[in-house]
Write a protein that binds this ligand. Sequence first.
Ligand code: ZN
Length: 277
Amino acid sequence: MPDIASHRIRVGAFDCLVAKDGSTSPRPLSELMADPPDGLADHPITMLGGILVADTREGRVLIDSGDGPHRGPRTHAAELALAAEGISPESVDVVLLTHGDPDHILGLLTAEGKLVYGDARYILHRDLWTAWQSPPSAGLYFPDQGTFVKQLAECIAERHTLFDGESEAIAGIMAIPALGHRVGHTVYMIESEGQKLLHIGDAAVHPPFLEYPGKVNIRHDTNQEQARDSRRMISARAASEGAMVVGTHFELPGVGTLTHAGEDRYTWTPIVAQERN
Ligand SMILES: [Zn+2]
């Protein structure tokens, strides 16, 4: 039975839940970072994934889905974390996608190929949607995803909305394309009552990528230069706007803030999980 790992975080009037999903064991940072900063090469990181739920005034929003029943064995299952918090699949009104890698979308379909979040509207970058169309697998980093994404695209054909540039996904959440990691990769700025939480997807898989945004590359980014520029944008924006930051693969508590500490240099401060009232 997979574990449940989640915590709540408050963003103004929005109640948010970060939940972990997937399976992994720690790896040295140098396996993922082409040019790790001094002293960080042996730093162990895990690639455990995750999801985020935000209860906004316009409805319940889910960002990405985890692996669901399609990949395993998993040490952590996001759908169990949701169930433990009383969050039913039917209660999700909007699904936002950061990108189309398996650990972010496989959980959208049941083992039988039906939508898990059957009442939701799906919002994604136009380039990702285009990559899911014919020919199968075009633009996908994992070529064996062709059958799954075709099925997924058919399921959401009548219930999706596309965006190109920075735009409001729903009230209180801005979609901000941050390209480079994968086709159409997008981050989401959640804002309520002056507080902000930036969900950065896989733009950085560990806080040091944001602390040194221009110095390092993630080995598996599709376009490393673009991904580096996106990380610079994210770090600068999070620091200047005072936004909390959460990354799909960050270890719990998984949320922190960035402070500008020099040219291309930021400092990460984790935020300890808040207890639920
Ligand atoms: Zn990922």
